[in-house]
Design a protein around this ligand. Sequence first.
Ligand SMILES: CN1C(=O)N(C)[C@H]2CS[C@@H](CCCCC(=O)O)[C@H]21
Length: 124
Amino acid sequence: ERKCQLNGLWRNDQGSLMEISALRDNGDFEGQYLTRVTLSGGCAQISPLKGAQQQLGEEGWSTFAFTVRWDKFSNATTAFVGQCFVDAGGKETLTTMWLLREAVGSLEEDWKATRVGRNVFTRK
Ligand SMILES: CN1C(=O)N(C)[C@H]2CS[C@@H](CCCCC(=O)O)[C@H]21
């Protein structure tokens, strides 16, 4: 089957699970993100994700982006951008960087509201 099509179940190095379900012909997709860690230290939650993947030819390793709205337990949103790679053994890896924006109480606190990081997902 096509490698690096995003639909399916992925896990990252923090143990978060990402299930991408509806991948459309134009590359738009939706899914769910189960986080194991949260800013507040609160319990894990499932949050909705939406994104888009470049639809390339047979051998393309496409770039993608998606957002996760942590709406059930925090006023925060994360945007991921990344690319899918396939190694010699056929193992797929999503390498991403993310921006996490949390709500702060005042404009004076805006400076400290965005975190950035790298993150790698492999198929679960
Ligand atoms: C679990 N995570 C994960 O798999 N990441 C790549 C990072 C970037 S999104 C963050 C979780 C934010 C949860 C929202 C909140 O706690 O307000 C952390």
